[in-house]
Design a protein around this ligand. Structure first.
Ligand code: UT7
Length: 324
């Protein structure tokens, strides 16, 4: 009988500090009107001084475990997607492992920037499908506020901090039970597009952390095409049509991109989960944050077909299809 990765819990955490567009406009040449119109963002959460990516990830992880009714030592693996690790090494996932008090299994990070959650989900799903793990915590956690140039209006208005976690367990069964879980993941990259979205620092080049640089128009142009391709790949692999999708949970970078993906799938607006207005772009954390919101407020229910897609620096992009 085929093993399938089934979602048994999810949790999220947002830092307490909220920064509005108006507050940003006091220090950088921008306006609430421009940010809302071009991106849909109204505000973002920012980590406090001393609050690390692992602190956010740990809180999301604890919430996911609690929802699932599992203990840290029930886990076989933690995969943390982040582009803003606490340190160059060890992996932020190991800090979360220690914070949870988990003394068995393994923990490592995955780096695919804004596509990180899809990549981490793909890795976790493959560990479960091949029988190497039975319970995996997939976390997306970021503190992008630490790698922004707060004088560059082209980037600093776009990002926020946060974390989300999804707990997957191996499920076997017949009929309806066997149908639930991760149906497919598709991941892609094309490293030729480095210069469109990158951080100008790192241990082996500048020995500094660096800040985000983005050619927004170029990223936008590729995002709509690449994410549409990843959606098509997911539908095709599962012999499904857009009409089968109950929820689109997209990476939250720009409301215009999100709406064009929803439109492409012919989905009514209220079937597309949107958090970009309140969270801004939280990179690898954006999909699990949106997922958790829609699960906890009762929108996503057992049996629903949930499609996720993302695109980020690299470029990297991908999609995942989950029967909840
Ligand atoms: O998560 C990874 C994936 N990332 C994305 O998917 C992001 C994709 N890109 C985008 O979302 C959009 O390209 C942005 C929101 C980043 C920018 O929107 P845009 O409509 O592409 O604007 P633009 O970069 O073409 O800039 C238009 C104008 C420029 O002024 P001029 O040259 O027309 O005079 C910019 O200087 O807006 C100006 N501008 C701003 N004005 C006020 C750029 N940033 C700002 C700002 N406030 N914050």
């Amino acid at each position: 009988m085929a093993i399938r990765s089934q979602v048994v819990g999810c949790g999220s955490y947002l830092p307490l500090r909220v920064m509005s567009n108006d507050e940003l406009a006091r220090t950088v040449d921008t306006s609430d009107e421009w940010i809302r119109k071009r991106t849909g963002i109204r505000e973002r959460h920012l980590a406090a001084d001393g609050e690390a990516t692992s602190d956010l990830g740990l809180k999301a992880a604890q919430a996911a475990l609690e929802q699932a009714g599992l203990a840290p030592d029930d886990l076989d693996l933690i995969v943390c997607a982040t582009a803003t690790p606490d340190e160059t090494f060890p992996a932020t996932a190991t800090r979360i492992q220690a914070g949870l008090g988990m003394t068995r299994g393994a923990a490592f990070d995955v780096q695919a920037v804004c596509s990180g959650f899809i990549y981490a989900l793909a890795v976790a799903d493959n560990f479960i499908r091949c029988g190497q793990a039975r319970s995996v915590l997939v976390i997306g956690a970021e503190t992008f506020s630490r790698i922004l140039d707060w004088e560059d209006r082209g980037t600093c208005v776009l990002f926020g901090d946060g974390a989300g976690a999804v707990l997957l367990c191996a499920g076997e069964g017949r009929g309806e039970v066997a149908d639930r879980g991760v149906l497919s993941t598709h991941v892609y990259s094309d490293g030729r597009h480095h210069d469109a979205l990158y951080v100008d620092g790192g241990p082996s080049t500048t020995q500094t952390t660096g800040v985000v640089h983005m050619d927004g128009r170029e990223v936008y142009r590729h995002a709509v095409v690449r994410m549409a391709e990843a959606i098509d790949a997911a539908l095709e692999a599962n012999d499904l049509t857009p009409g089968d999708i109950d929820w689109l949970v997209p990476h939250q970078a720009n409301l215009r991109i999100i709406e064009s993906m929803g439109h492409r799938l012919n989905l009514p607006r209220d079937r597309v989960v949107v958090t970009v207005d309140r969270h801004a772009n939280t990179s690898a954390a954006s999909i699990p944050l949106a997922l958790c919101e829609a699960v906890s407020d009762g929108r996503i229910r057992q049996g629903d077909l949930v499609l996720m897609e993302a695109m980020g620096g690299g470029f990297t992009w991908g999609s995942a299809l989950v029967r909840w």
